[in-house]
Design a protein around this ligand. Structure first.
Ligand SMILES: Nc1ncnc2c1ncn2[C@@H]1O[C@H](COP(=O)(O)OP(=O)(O)OP(=O)(O)O)[C@@H](O)[C@H]1O
Length: 269
């Protein structure tokens, strides 16, 4: 939405317009448009070096874009730090998760934002909120919320990190390769969790190299190639070959039959 327009599309949570970012001579993002709706999972795909991490870091307030506009809930915003993003309700769950191994689940979920009562930590209230949040996300495999995070499986750790984001009122949850290190059952659990976030009405952006995961959870797919957005459409507009074509060449002949009506560029045009 250019600055001159004021009406926001109420279904769109985050909109990026012509966002560019360079590191010295390397342009990692060039005029990128991206729309992340509420209550849907958007998958961001692209080959190594396509610019996925750079884009996420611009949304998470880690990098500031060199140019372009970012609109969140219909308002133009500037993200100068991760704090700015967190204040808006943009939470990023990274691969390394940033959980403290030696602390338990409750301590991790309240780290730096502990509740106190009469000058003491309000353990009961924190424990209750942590429990309720995990239960509301149907995370039931955790034995005790007082166990150290070091003793959790990869999927459970992922679930705790997501629950933490939800507990702190995330509106947009960004997940970077959430299933990369997980086995089959844990992957299942995390993908279910991703779907539940969208069902709760949150916007979800997931970076993934795994096409099984993408086709399983995504409502929309956005394809980056060499720093440019080459397609972003409903998942129905894609199949695996189309995605591979778009990632490697920026267009696909297969789009002619399947996706032209959705606006994906075809080689035949
Ligand atoms: N801090 C940085 N300094 C210099 N160049 C960078 C920096 N961050 C990213 N780049 C460059 O920007 C381009 C896009 O990188 P980015 O990490 O965003 O891609 P990606 O799609 O996340 O890749 P991958 O899937 O391999 O993680 C690459 O050419 C990369 O070398």
């Amino acid at each position: 939405m250019p600055e001159s327009q004021t009406m926001a599309n109420s279904h769109e949570l985050l909109e990026l317009y012509k966002v560019s970012k360079s590191f010295g001579p390397v342009q990692s993002l060039a005029d990128v448009d991206l729309t992340i709706p509420l209550a849907k999972v958007t998958a961001l795909v692209g080959d190594n070096g396509a610019g996925k991490s750079s884009l996420v870091k611009c949304i998470a307030g880690i990098h500031s874009a060199d140019s372009g506009e970012i609109v969140f809930e219909g308002k133009h915003i500037k993200l100068k730090s991760p704090r700015d993003a967190a204040d808006l309700g943009i939470e990023t769950v990274y691969q390394d998760l940033a959980l403290c191994d030696n602390l338990d689940i409750v301590q991790n979920m309240f780290l730096g934002r502990e509740r106190t009562r009469k000058g003491l930590l309000d353990e009961d209230s924190m424990e209750q909120s942590a429990k309720e949040t995990l239960a509301s996300l149907s995370v039931t495999t955790v034995r005790s919320i007082r166990q150290p995070v070091a003793s959790l499986s990869g999927g459970q750790r992922q679930a705790v990190a997501v629950a933490k984001a939800v507990m702190w009122n995330a509106k947009l949850v960004i997940m970077d390769e959430p299933t990369a290190a997980l086995g089959v059952a844990q992957t299942r659990m995390v993908l279910d969790l991703v779907r539940r976030l969208a069902e709760r009405g949150l916007g979800v952006l997931i970076i993934s190299h795994n096409m099984n995961d993408v086709f399983e959870v995504a409502d929309r797919i956005a394809v980056l190639r060499l720093g440019r957005m080459v397609a972003q459409e409903d998942v129905k507009a894609f199949d695996r070959q189309i995605i591979v074509d778009l990632m490697t060449t920026g267009s696909s002949t297969r789009t002619a039959a399947k996706a032209n009506s959705h606006g994906i560029e075809s080689k035949e045009n």
